[in-house]
Design a protein. Structure first.
Length: 254
């Protein structure tokens, strides 16, 4: 059972029906324009957990994964923290035939680039994410990153993007650096610490949030951690999809 409730008319399109991938792609399309747009896609349990057993998958569903795939298929680049790469076993994004025509019309490469944010560069550059991606993986780091790790990344053929004066990445500089490479439609999948940094820096434009009808208790992280903002920033609800008790909300910066 799937229902979409557009915010402009909560009674419209509220019929139980399967939403096709093209319809989802239209519903989640990036805004028109030449500027960068950074959206996040995260899942949370009813009691605020972003993970269970260190991974987000136990909170997910088949429809959540379909939306996950659709959001990736619309993006120029997927920005992700190094710890999430390690915990979730990230692999290169793949080209999907169903989205090929849409991506070609938008001037996009066959699949989004993965852009890994890492201060330490303690990554296994022999993994398929780095050694055999369809679209080259980028690594974003700071100018003070360890020289031996920079050398290891470059020796493996990884493009290193310096987006900070210190050891870490400055979110606004990361967005600008990606835009300079033609990567303006951005998607971040966390993790929570990195997402918190992007929120605190004021560069997040949109939040796509899956609310899972599960309770986990325990001490799992929230979807965003790290520094807090001085004044909470308000976002407006853009759409709401429901399936089997899961809510798929999309919020945009006011």
């Amino acid at each position: 059972m799937r229902r979409l409730f557009p915010v402009s008319d909560p009674t419209a399109d509220a019929h139980d029906r399967e939403w096709g991938l093209d319809e989802l792609a239209d519903a989640y399309a990036y805004p028109a324009g030449d500027g960068s747009w950074l959206r996040a896609n995260m899942v949370t349990s009813l009691d605020g957990a972003a993970q269970h057993g260190g991974r987000s998958q136990p909170l997910s569903s088949d429809t959540d994964m379909r939306i996950f795939g659709t959001l990736r298929a619309l993006a120029d680049a997927v920005v992700v923290g190094a710890e999430t790469v390690r915990q979730e076993g990230y692999r290169p994004a793949r080209a999907r035939e169903v989205f090929a025509e849409r991506r070609e019309a938008a001037g996009q490469r066959p699949a989004p680039a993965i852009a890994v944010v890492s201060a330490s560069l303690e990554l296994d550059f022999g993994l398929p994410l780095f050694s055999s991606p369809l679209v080259p993986t980028l690594v974003l780091t700071g100018a003070a990153a360890a020289p031996e790790r920079l050398a290891a990344a470059r020796k493996a053929g990884v493009e290193v993007v310096v987006a900070g004066d210190g050891p870490g990445v400055e979110p606004a500089r990361a967005v600008r650096a990606l835009a300079e490479r033609g990567l303006r439609r951005l998607l971040t999948e966390g993790g929570p610490r990195m997402l918190g940094q992007f929120i605190a820096a004021g560069v997040l434009d949109e939040m796509c949030l899956t609310v899972s009808p599960t309770l986990t208790a325990g001490d799992a992280q929230r979807i965003a951690g790290g520094p807090s903002v001085a004044v909470p920033e308000r976002f407006a609800l853009a759409s709401l999809l429901e399936e089997a008790g899961f809510l798929f909300a999309r919020y945009r910066r006011i």
